[in-house]
Each structure stands twice: as structure tokens, then as C-alpha cells.
Design a protein around this ligand. Structure first.
Ligand code: DC
Length: 204
């Protein structure tokens, strides 16, 4: 059985949490596509040209996701993600993952619009920039990384603008996406809404 769930939306809106929960509920595989761009960003921070970094990406670049979840790598990821050649180099891997037997959940920015326009279910998970900055601040604090709210908010806004305004595969909701605004939703309610949408389509 092939079944693709595409989850898009801005940073820290809850895509990862929802994606993991949906994957666990239906025993689908899950790919956080942001990690691919983060891994390219990390290679660029280490001195490699962006296109070459994307073309050379190896599974071991993703072996330590925590090391890629830092503010510096996030900004570097958002910058390399503007480059069409970088996006092109990552396309086949994502499409192959999406169509694997057994079902797949991919979360990112352009999954429902570019990577998997025929996904069975498309979700666009969003929340206000302030709510997302607070969540990111708490998440960083939990991992022992100190940051200021104003700095995190400015980072979130800068990344939103870059991700949404780029010419190639900008972040936006697909026309047929279900929009989930998690600003005022609990994690449980957001997850329940996503699972209900997938179940309705799977059982249709
Ligand atoms: O989801 P994330 O915060 O880990 O993503 C990091 C950056 O990677 C994000 O700011 C933009 C880019 N990205 C993208 O352009 N397309 C995707 N499908 C996923 C991430």
C-alpha cells in the first residue's frame, strides 16, 4: 500500500510532533525533510559550497539530528534552501521516500505543493510567530541552550520571510490542504485532528 501524508508549515508550528504521531498511529515511515536542508546547511557552515554539499549528502550526515537542531544551523538551512540546485539535488530522495510501500509522512515547506502534489492527505500546520517563538525558546531551554525571546522571535520571522518569499518552492499551503492553526490548540487536539483527517481519507 502506498499512502502519502504531506505536512507543511513554518518553523515550530508543530509539524514534527504531528508527523511523528500520525506515523506512529498508522505505522507509516516519517521523514523530517528540514533535516536534509539542515545537514546541507551544516556542511556549508563547515566550508563546503552549497550545491556540492547537497549532491554529496550521505546518510551519516543525518545520524545526529540533535546536532542539527541549533539556531545557527536553522538559519544556514533556510539560506541554502533558496538555491534551486540544492532543492533539485534533494528531490529524488524525498519522492522515493514518499512512495515507499507501507505509507509515508513527510514534513517540510513544499511537500504538498512540489514534492508530493498527489499526496493522499495534505496538512498545513501553522501558529502565530509569537507562539512559535515561545515554543522554540522552551524547546531550546529543555536542551540546555540559553536564548532570548526577542532573538528567537526575530529568527522565526526572518526564516518565515525567507522561506515564504523565495522564488523556488516557497512555503505555502496547497490549495487542497487542511489548515491546522495550533496557536490555541493543545498538542493532543492538533494530533487528534490530523489523525482524523488521515483516517477519513484512508477509510474512504
Ligand atoms: O523544518 P526545519 O525548521 O527543520 O527546516 C529548516 C529550513 O529548511 C527551513 O527554514 C527551510 C528549509 N526547508 C525547506 O526549504 N523545505 C523543506 N521541505 C524543509 C525545510
Amino acid at each position: 500500500m502506498r499512502f502519502t501524508v504531506a505536512i507543511d508549515g513554518p518553523a515550530a508550528a508543530g509539524k514534527g510532533t504531528i508527523g511523528r504521531a500520525v506515523a506512529a498511529e498508522f505505522s507509516f515511515a516519517h521523514l523530517d525533510t528540514g533535516l536534509l536542508y539542515r545537514a546541507v546547511g551544516a556542511r556549508v557552515l563547515a566550508g563546503e559550497p552549497a550545491q556540492q554539499a547537497a549532491e554529496d549528502l550521505q546518510p551519516q550526515d543525518l545520524a545526529d539530528p540533535e546536532a542539527l537542531r541549533t539556531p545557527d544551523v536553522a538559519q544556514a538551512a533556510s539560506k541554502v534552501a533558496v538555491i534551486p540546485e540544492v532543492r533539485a539535488a534533494l528531490l529524488d530522495f524525498q519522492r522515493a521516500f514518499a512512495t515507499r510501500v507501507g505509507g509515508a509522512v513527510l514534513d517540510g515547506r513544499d511537500i504538498g505543493t512540489v514534492i508530493c502534489p498527489h499526496a493522499e492527505v495534505k496538512l498545513f500546520v501553522t501558529a502565530s510567530a509569537e507562539v512559535r517563538a515561545k515554543r522554540r525558546l522552551d524547546e531550546l531551554a529543555d536542551r540546555g541552550i540559553e536564548a532570548e525571546y526577542a532573538t528567537v522571535l526575530a529568527d522565526v520571522r526572518a526564516r518565515d520571510a525567507r522561506d515564504a518569499d523565495r522564488a523556488t518552492a516557497p512555503m505555502r499551503a496547497a490549495e487542497d490542504a487542511l489548515v491546522l492553526d495550533t496557536s490555541a490548540l493543545s498538542v493532543d487536539d492538533a494530533v487528534a485532528a490530523a489523525i482524523a483527517a488521515v483516517r477519513a481519507k484512508r477509510d474512504a
